[in-house]
Write a protein that binds this ligand. Sequence first.
Ligand code: PLP
Length: 386
Amino acid sequence: MSTLFADRIKDIEPFRVVEILDRAKQLQAQGRDIIHLEVGEPDFETADPIIKAGLASLARGETHYSQAAGIPPLRQAISDYYQQQHSVDIAPERIMVTSGASGALLLIAALLINPGDGMLMTDPGYPCNRHFLRLVEGEGQLVPVGPEDRFQLSASKAGQHWQDNTIGIMVASPANPTGEILTREQLNDLFQLCQKKQGHLVVDEIYHGLCYDEAAPSILEITDQAFVINSFSKYFGMTGWRLGWLVAPEHAIPDLEKLAQNLFISSTTISQHAALAAFEPETSIILDQRRGEFAKRRDLLLPALQKLGFDIPHKPAGAFYLYAGIQKFSNNSSEFCLKLLEEHGIAITPGTDFGRYLAEEHVRFAYTASLERLEETVKRLELALG
Ligand SMILES: Cc1ncc(COP(=O)(O)O)c(C=O)c1O
C-alpha cells in the first residue's frame, strides 16, 4: 500500500500554538495555574436564550438535513440584521448559511479558484485562508503589512502586489491577529481596484459585532458585488455550534448552492434553529453586555502591555486580540511564548502562527479571560519582564 499523500498536505501548516496548548495542559495536570490568552474564542458560554432554542429544536425532533443554503427563517433573520445594523437591503436569497465562517471560506475558494490562481491577503493574517486556497490548487499571495499600515491592506499596496495570476483580494475587518479595521474609504478603494482589475473582493466580517469604539463599516454598504463572510462564532458566542454565513452577489448563488449541496448537504439543523434566538432582543442585551466586557478588557490590557514595553502603536478597534511587538524582549516569538508559559503560566500565541513578516517579533494576546485574570497576567508579566 502507498504511504504517499497528496502534495498539498506538506503546504498546509499546523497551528504552532498547539505546542503551547499541549504544554499548558501538561503543566495544568501538574497543578500549575495557567492563564489562557491563546484561544481565539469567547470565554463566555453560549447565551441562555440560544441554548434554550437549541434544546427546543431538539425536543421538536429537528434532527434532519435542512436546505443547503440554510433554513429560510434564518436567512431572513440575517437579512433583517443587515437592515438593522447597516441600513442595507440584502435579499435573503443572497445569504447562504454555512458551517462556520470556515464553511463559507471553503465555498468561496471552491467557487473562485482555478489551479494556479492567487488571492492577495495580509501577512500577518488568519492562516487558514491561504490553506483553503491551497486545497483547491490556488495560492495565498501574502502582502507584508506592518504597524505603519495598521496591519491592513491598502489599495495601493494591493495594486503593487497584484500579479498576472491574481484573481482578487481577501481581507478581514476587524482582523485576526490585530483587531484592526478597514475604514469605509479603504474598503471602497479596494473595491475600485478589484473592479479595475476585474477581480473578486472577499471581506471577512467575522469580528464585526465586536467593535468597541465605532461600528466597522460593511463592504455591503458600498457594493453588492463583493463576497462577505460572517459567523455565529465570535460576537454571537457559538463557536462549537459551527454556524456562519456568506453573502454573495446574486449571480453566484446557484453555483454556491450546488457546491454546498455536494460538500456539506446542509449546515447543522439544530444550530440553525438555535441561532434564530441569537437575534432576539433578550439575547442582544446579553451579547452587548459581553461586548462591553471585552472593551473593558482591551482598555485594561492595552495600556498595561504598552507600559511594560510591548510595542502596540495603535489601539485596535475590535475583535479580542492585541498583536504586540516584543522587540524589547526577544527576536524569537515561539521561544518567548514557551518561556512565558513555563516560567510564568501565561499562554499566548507566537506571531509565527499568522505569517512570516515580523512574525518573530510579535505575539498575540487574546483577551478571552476575565478582568481579574488579566490583572493577574499583568502582575506576572511585571515579574517576568520588569
Ligand atoms: C478571521 C477569521 N475568519 C474565520 C474564522 C473561522 O471561524 P468559524 O469557522 O468558527 O466561524 C476565524 C476563527 O478564528 C477567524 O479568526
